[in-house]
Design a protein around this ligand. Structure first.
Ligand code: SD4
Length: 338
């Protein structure tokens, strides 16, 4: 056989072997939420709500170049943080009942390092302050004035986060000043506007390492100083590099009570797929108090170490965005109540 023919035969055999290998290991099953399992160690990023799509695109720029999941999630959630039209995260977020925009954020990496800020004012990117807490201090969480001082000392600029639009709506709300954060579900604000939409994002990089970030302005017109689940490691976000990562959105008090994201990860450790784990956590909330659970929204979103992802919510209306080498999509989550 000529050298050339030998080479062609060898190449064909190797390609066939690679294809068989991919077939064996590259499972692409449709899960019940319509999502796909990705191949182990293929980068993927998922995030809460429709606006996760733009955030995922920024995260994907990092992952696609072989960057770390930690850098990807920070880069990703900075997009809604800087968007003045997004009224539930960062700049332009709806204020508390005193008209102050107070932000909560946390970040966690593959080594279980984590950082968090809560009730932070005047800083557009609380997620980057949370990352600095993780990297530059021996602590996990810094809140209020202390968080602001820490941010300013590290070069962050003090800015006015209350946009004219959010201020106008807050003044409208003041007329009745109805304090009902527990009852708020989708479309609860005047004019059918949503009152909550945290971004929670989790990602896996090419090394198979996981990280997550979560950032929000919290419930609209909350009491000054109220902190939700979003900056609480274990509640709004949890990453365990052996098992998977999860994040949450919705009424934070309900999530904190069950330490929701940690629960989802632990359920995945016991063998549940991401959607089933999210469902069990949602059921934990509804079993505790079914009547109360019908009045609120909570959604969980999870990714496991195999690259499989899934979500589940109390109510209809929770969406999540996915970006990997094959797709850029928004999915509707399954939900408990119609
Ligand atoms: C909070 N969980 O402050 C946040 C709000 C939220 O979708 O997620 N809204 O309780």
């Amino acid at each position: 056989m000529s050298d050339r023919r030998k080479f062609v035969k060898f190449s064909l055999l190797s390609s066939a072997a690679i294809l068989v290998g991919r077939k064996l290991f590259a499972r692409t099953e449709i899960n019940s939420a319509g999502g796909y399992d990705t191949v182990k160690n293929e980068p993927v990023v998922i995030s809460t709500w429709d606006f996760g799509k733009e955030a995922n695109a920024a995260a994907w720029e990092v992952l696609n170049k072989g960057g770390k999941a930690l850098d990807a999630v920070e880069n990703g959630v900075k997009v809604p943080e800087a968007d003045p039209n997004n009224q539930s995260v960062g700049l332009g977020g709806r204020p508390d009942r005193d008209g102050r925009v107070t932000l909560d954020a946390c970040i966690m990496d593959e080594n279980s390092k984590c950082g968090s800020v809560a009730c932070l004012e005047h800083i557009v990117h609380p997620i980057s302050v949370a990352r600095l807490v993780m990297e530059k201090t021996p602590h996990v969480m810094i809140v209020g004035d202390g968080a602001l001082q820490f941010a300013l000392a590290n070069g962050f600029k003090k800015e006015n986060l209350l946009t004219p639009k959010s201020e106008k709506e807050w003044k409208e709300w003041l007329k009745e000043s109805k304090y009902e954060p527990q009852k708020n579900i989708e479309n609860a604000l005047p004019g059918g506007k949503q009152n909550h939409d945290t971004i929670g994002m989790v990602a896996m990089d090419k090394n198979g390492d996981l990280s997550g970030a979560c950032t929000t302005s919290g419930l609209a017109y909350k009491m000054h100083g109220r902190v939700g689940d979003s900056p609480i490691i274990g509640a709004g976000l949890f990453v365990d590099n052996e098992v998977g990562a999860a994040t949450s959105t919705g009424v934070g008090e309900e999530v904190i009570r069950i330490v929701g994201s940690h629960l989802v990860v632990e359920l995945m450790r016991q063998g549940l797929d991401p959607e089933s784990a999210c469902k069990k956590a949602v059921e934990r909330i509804s079993n505790r108090n079914p009547e109360a659970a019908k009045q609120v929204q909570v959604g969980f979103l999870a990714l496991n170490k195999k690259g499989q992802y899934g979500a589940f919510a109390l109510q209809k209306g929770f969406s999540y965005a996915v970006r990997n080498g094959k797709e850029e999509k928004i999915y509707e989550s399954q939900h408990l109540y119609p």
